[in-house]
Design a protein around this ligand. Structure first.
Ligand SMILES: Cc1cc2nc3c(=O)[nH]c(=O)nc-3n(C[C@H](O)[C@H](O)[C@H](O)COP(=O)(O)O)c2cc1C
Length: 211
């Protein structure tokens, strides 16, 4: 049995079935996470998804409200349709917010572009829009989920460009998202089809360090 150094949690047991070497500790996992945009055709099984959700719900949560709820979509046709509906909405949003990024507009105008990068699994973290920290809770759960995915050799990527489409009444009806819930954090997950290079980061900007 292979256990996580940091937590000895059962989560890491599935490392054995998820085909890749586990990362040794949480810091290495944080450094190894990438937004993965190229996936092998392998489908993820229910057990793997359940483990990712277990990691998600271990996130800190304001007032211990645990506001999150999850939608899992593993139907490629549904994902393709959702992508097709999301693209014009996202382009409109770019125009509305004066983001005239020509490359982004070109990409999202391409009929062959799938905003879910052809991943076979989309996990949408949803919540009822009440309380001050609901969105924060959902994003913390999202990062937990993505780090857990990375720790077991899976790739993931936030797909913010799908949020508007996911929150339309049509998409909610199709995906069984109850009307009172909002889609907050959509994340694709899958087996990476290759290596993804790390993106750069600025050094932490420390505004003050009072001692
Ligand atoms: C809120 C949010 C929305 C994002 N939306 C998208 C998206 O729609 N499509 C995409 O390919 N990547 C998306 N990303 C991924 C970012 O582009 C990525 O995190 C960033 O370029 C840094 O790369 P890294 O995650 O590999 O370090 C999103 C990330 C965040 C945090």
């Amino acid at each position: 049995m292979l256990l996580c150094n940091a937590c000895s949690h059962e989560l890491m047991i599935m490392t054995l079935s998820a085909n890749e070497k586990p990362h040794k500790n949480i810091f290495e996992t944080i450094l190894a996470r990438r937004s993965v945009r190229a996936y092998a055709p392998n489908e993820l099984d229910r057990n793997t998804i359940q483990k990712l959700l277990e990691a998600a719900v271990r996130a800190p949560t304001a007032m211990h409200e645990e506001p999150w709820a999850f939608i899992v979509v593993q139907n490629r046709q549904v994902l393709k349709q959702l992508s097709d509906r999301a693209k014009p909405l996202f382009i409109e949003r770019l125009h509305r917010t004066h983001h005239t990024n020509v490359h982004a507009i070109d990409t999202f105008s391409n009929p062959d572009f799938n905003i879910f990068h052809n991943a076979g699994t989309l996990i949408v973290i949803c919540a009822k829009p009440s309380g001050h920290f609901v969105e924060a809770d959902c994003w913390l759960a999202a990062e937990n989920l993505m780090l857990a995915a990375c720790a077991i050799g899976l790739g993931s990527c936030v797909i913010g460009s799908s949020v508007e489409a996911l929150n339309t009444p049509e998409a909610k009806a199709e995906l069984n998202i109850p009307a009172e819930f909002d889609a907050v954090a959509p994340i694709i997950v899958g087996v990476p089809s290759g290596e993804t290079a790390a993106t750069s980061r600025k050094k932490p900007l420390i505004l003050a360090w009072k001692q």
